[in-house]
Every structure is written in C-alpha cells, then in structure tokens.
Design a protein around this ligand. Structure first.
Ligand code: ADP
Length: 264
C-alpha cells in the first residue's frame, strides 16, 4: 500500500451529516480520521481520511480485506489507539484531547468489549466475571438489569461455574453479559466468534443482535466472516484505509459478493 486518494462510496458522505431530523442519535462518529504507521516515505496509511457514523441502538459490522484498516479504525473509535488527525465523538464526548486517565475511565464506564479470546478471569465464577467491571469501578450492579442480561443470555444456571467448567460458547456469552452490564454507549466486538464453532458462534451473534434490537445496545463488530456480518443491521466496507461502501440489512451472499469485488 502506498498513498490513496479516497473515493468514498456515494452512499457514504465524506463528512457525517448532521441533520438531526433525518437521523437518530449517533453512538460514535468519526470525522476525517487519518493514521499512518512508519516513516513518511516508506510508511503505511492505515486510515485515510475516514468519516463515518454509527447509529445508536444499531448493530454494525466493519468488513474488508486483511490490512484494510478495520482494527485500526475500531481501536481508534474505542479509545485504545489515537489517530494522527481527525475527531471522534463517542456518545457526544469528544475523545480527541482526553488524557490517558480520562480515556481509561471512558473505556471502563462507557464501552464494552468482546474479544476473540474470551478474556475471562479463570479463578472467578461466571457471575463474578460479569460484575467485575462494576466491582472495579466500585459500583454495585442493578439487580434487575443483571437478571435481565443473565436471562437473555441464557446464563442463569451457569452463574456459579468457573470459566473452565463452561463451553466456549458459554464463556463468550459471559463475556457478552459482562460487556452489556454497564449499559455502555457502545459494545465493540473484535472477531467475537473467531474461536467458536458455527453453532456456538451463531448463538452468540443472535444474542448480540437481540441485545441491540431489544435492549437498544449499540454494537460495532469487526469480522472477516460474511455469515457473522449478516447478523448486523449494516455492514461498512473498508479497503486500503478508506470506506468504500455499505450494505443495509446484509445477507451473507451480498457481503461475500461485495468482498469479492474488493479482492478479499
Ligand atoms: P485489518 O484489521 O483490516 O487487517 P489493520 O488495521 O490491522 O487492518 O492494518 C491496516 C494497515 O496498517 C496494514 O497495512 C497494517 O500492516 C498496518 N499496521 C497496523 N498496525 C501496525 C503497526 N502497529 N505498525 C505498523 N503497521 C501497522
């Protein structure tokens, strides 16, 4: 990859539109994000002037060929990495300019994460894992909300189990419950079904979709799997560090065809 002149898909405006009447609130918005790695002459443009909005309460998948900038975009949106230029608004808060302590607090209080590796604490029970972020923040869980999340994710009978006593799918459901419990502005998923077989993966994806449809949870998921992406309300396509298209109400076939055109 060298340098690119970004040519956004006609349906993706160069800058997010701000007509409140036309759109609901945004969970996250990025404005002209650019990030390069390495030296000016030999480096790589990981993000090339990316502007995108993710609607609140929706489930969005980010897809594209390997090296297209998906992880870099997600890490910047989630405050895990910083762009060279551009702005990010998360739930109305400007991330740009927050110091490390403020970013850490924002990630703890306003963002949920579900990674490919389940990242559960092996010595804690499922329930203790689910409530850990709140315990770390010194807050008690809302009993009603905890029960709703646990019931929705089918974990009621598993709360006293430790991770090694649970299947991979059950462990990932615990991770999803942990992400939902703080009612974050956004749940970010990084290949959340990458370690699961297709049945367990399908169950986790269906639960993610339910949590957006029934609980209004905003979800942004990076995946390379067209079937996983088909659970989302919308797929955003990246190539060479830029946005090149989007698909609403995606089917796996439509996603596969779009990726094929990108050479993925
Ligand atoms: P994707 O998630 O779509 O595979 P990435 O965001 O990981 O893409 O990477 C985008 C580009 O940035 C790639 O060319 C990758 O090699 C480069 N890149 C990512 N992280 C680093 C890094 N830490 N140092 C140097 N280059 C990087």
């Amino acid at each position: 990859m060298t340098t690119f002149t970004s040519a956004p898909h006609p349906s993706i405006p160069e800058r997010p539109i701000h007509t409140a009447a036309a759109q609901g609130p945004a969970a996250v918005e990025a404005f002209a994000l650019t990030k390069r790695y390495g030296r000016a002459d030999t480096g790589v443009t990981a993000l090339d002037n990316v502007s995108v909005r993710f609607d609140a309460g929706k489930f969005t998948a980010i897809m594209g060929p390997s090296g297209s900038g998906k992880s870099t975009l997600m890490h910047c949106l989630a405050g895990l990495d910083t762009a060279d230029s551009g702005r990010i608004l998360l739930g109305g808060t400007e991330l740009t300019g927050l110091n490390d302590r403020e970013l850490t607090a924002l990630r703890r209080e306003r963002i949920g994460f579900v990674f490919q590796a389940f990242n559960l604490v092996p010595t804690l029970t499922a329930e203790q894992n689910i409530t850990l972020p709140l315990a770390l923040a010194g807050t008690a869980p809302d009993a009603g909300w905890l029960a709703t999340v646990v019931n929705t994710l089918g974990l009621k009978d598993r709360l006293k189990h430790r991770p090694h006593e649970l299947s991979g799918g059950q462990q990932q459901r615990v991770a999803v419950a942990r992400a939902l419990l703080t009612r974050p502005d956004v749940v970010f998923g990084d290949e959340p079904t990458g370690n699961l077989d297709s049945k367990a993966g399908g169950e986790v994806l269906a639960l993610l979709r339910r949590s957006s449809q029934e609980m209004g949870q905003s979800i942004i998921m990076v995946t390379h799997d067209p079937v996983a992406a088909s659970y989302a309300d919308r797929v955003v396509l990246m190539s060479d560090g830029g946005l090149v298209g989007e698909i609403h109400q995606p089917t796996a076939e439509a996603v596969l065809a779009a990726l094929g055109k990108l050479g993925a």
